[in-house]
Design a protein around this ligand. Sequence first.
Ligand SMILES: [Zn+2]
Length: 263
Amino acid sequence: MRTVEFEHLRPGEILEEQARKSIAYLPIGPLEWHGPAMPYGSDPMVAHYVAVELAKQTGGVVMPTLFCGTERERSPETLDAMGFEDTAQYIVGQDFPSNGMKSFYSKEDVFCLVLREFLRMLIMQKYKLIVIINGHGAENQSYAVNRLCVELSNETESKIISVSSFILPDGVVPEVGHGNCVECSTLMYLTDDVDLSTYPPEEKKLKSCEWGINDLFTYLHQPNEDKTVQGDPRTASKEIGKYYLDAAIQMGIKTVEEEYARL
Ligand SMILES: [Zn+2]
């Protein structure tokens, strides 16, 4: 194959690859605030990269990235873990009052309709396996994606699964997060878009509620005492990024190959 990217392929090439391996990857994720140092398209860009690496290994094609994602209002418990004094305020996803600009979050019902329509069109193309590469870890997004996977796998001829682009390697502490060291590292590995000088010098710890970035511990309501980011993005490196991306890709390949073998 010249390329796995669908938009570059001619009809003959698309059909030939489909006959060889009937897999279509659909990377998704919203344009979103990830702190001042990271690009707005971080989640969809990581999803696209993982999709391309998977397709190179498993066969199949990668659809153009769907820059679409959803978030919900934060609970008082989560706002408390993030360090907010006022835990009754209305905050959606990572759109904190101090950010300066909003993320492109679709409402949950609209997100489901858009994703459903893209899946319908792929089902019409008769792909046996459709793999959503989900770059955005929001609980309501994962829930909505999984619901569509179950419904459409049972009501159509295609099997639809979801693979996350940020799976943890076995046995490692949950160091993933939003705009923290691990995520910042993955973007450093993939792009030149990260600028760590947008943060103050390293002595001053970064409070989640002030920067719009978090560890997984925050979402699990287990923050540290001062509610600062433990996986400090200022310690990010390309090497860390490569380690986590490779792990996600290896796990993704295993999942897709197992699913395809079952069809
Ligand atoms: Zn992200």
